[in-house]
Ligand binder design. Structure first.
Ligand code: SF4
Ligand code: SF4
Ligand code: SF4
Length: 305
């Protein structure tokens, strides 16, 4: 997928950037690369394909570029892009070349599928890994042009550190539990201590999990040493239509237990429906996914219109 930061022309052993004019950087909105005065720009970068895991080389390159061409500072955006402020315009070509060579390109820009990011795969609370699926979604849909921006966030458990509940498409790792009351022999209550939801597990009259309250995080299964609560299966919950910003919308659950390929199919469907249904709000600004759903009355209407 061609990046938005600049047109890159590749030849056998060299590449050149077709640089934008000062203040008008091709394909990038002013808020993504802002002109300060007329000689300095802010550059926001992220790995290509989209990811919020940076290699040491990329971090060292960003630090080097900030030191040599900017103000010596790097800001980490809420969506884990690196923002390198105050790069001198005369040095922009060199800065962009260095960033590009290390696998970085413009991050979170324009009206497209953007900011595809995951929570940490190193976390002990992980129910199901999201890194690989996030990478596949990035390869398949990253930078796909749309009427407005569309963010996709993956969290490996329902704690949702990567904020999957208020993005356009949120994907959350969840567990299906298997409960065997006969194995609950010592009434140790470790499961209740581990459970983040008050009242989801009760032991009076036998081990019971309230399916209405349970968020499928599997912490009880990890705490139970007798096998009375076990993980039978893991999958993903998919939420659609959330957004942050001046008005916040929480995504609505479209699927409670989808496999990896089903998640990709749902994302494909949401993107196609959004392309078809989004209307202009005002001054060439188009509705976000959640706003289309609100106008149509339901997620069901959005998905099957
Ligand atoms: S969402 Fe869950 S698995 Fe991911 S970082 Fe947060 S607590 Fe860990
Ligand atoms: S999976 Fe277990 S720990 Fe998590 S909310 Fe459900 S009952 Fe509680
Ligand atoms: S942790 Fe296991 S054995 Fe202990 S009370 Fe809970 S279900 Fe029973």
């Amino acid at each position: 997928m061609v990046g938005l930061l600049a047109q890159v022309i590749m030849s056998e052993d060299t590449f050149e950037f077709e640089l934008p004019k000062v203040g008008i950087i091709r394909g990038v909105k002013p808020r993504d690369i802002e002109v300060i005065g007329d000689k300095i720009v802010n550059v926001r970068v992220r790995p290509n394909p989209y990811s919020n895991t940076y290699t040491m080389e990329q971090l060292e390159t960003a630090a080097d570029v900030a030191e040599k061409f900017g103000s010596g500072k790097v800001h980490i955006s809420p969506r884990h892009n690196l923002e390198i402020p105050e790069i001198k315009n005369s040095m922009l070509t060199e800065a962009l070349k260095q960033l590009f060579a290390s696998g970085l390109q413009a991050g979170g820009t324009g009206t497209s599928v953007r900011n595809i990011f995951t929570c940490s795969d190193y976390c002990p609370n992980k129910v199901r890994s999201v890194r690989e699926l996030g990478g596949m979604v990035s390869e398949l849909f990253g930078d796909f042009p749309l009427p407005n921006k569309l963010d996709i966030s993956f969290a490996a458990c329902p704690s949702g550190c990567s904020r999957p509940y208020n993005v356009d498409i949120g994907v959350v790792g969840v567990a299906e539990l298997e409960v065997d009351g006969d194995r609950c022999i010592d009434d140790c209550k470790m499961c209740i201590e581990a459970c983040p939801v008050e009242g989801a597990i009760t032991l009076e009259g036998g081990l019971n999990i309230d399916s209405e309250k349970c968020v499928k995080c599997a912490r009880c299964a990890g705490a139970c040493s007798t096998g009375a609560i076990r993980v039978a299966n893991t999958a993903f919950k998919v939420l659609v239509g959330g957004k942050e910003g001046r008005s916040v919308i929480f995504g609505e659950e479209y699927s409670g237990f989808a496999g990896g390929y089903e998640v990709i199919e749902i994302i494909d469907m949401v993107i196609k429906q959004y392309q078809k249904l989004a209307e202009e709000k005002y001054r060439k600004k188009y509705e976000r996914v959640g706003e289309v759903i609100q106008r149509l009355g339901s997620l069901e209407a959005f998905m099957h219109n």
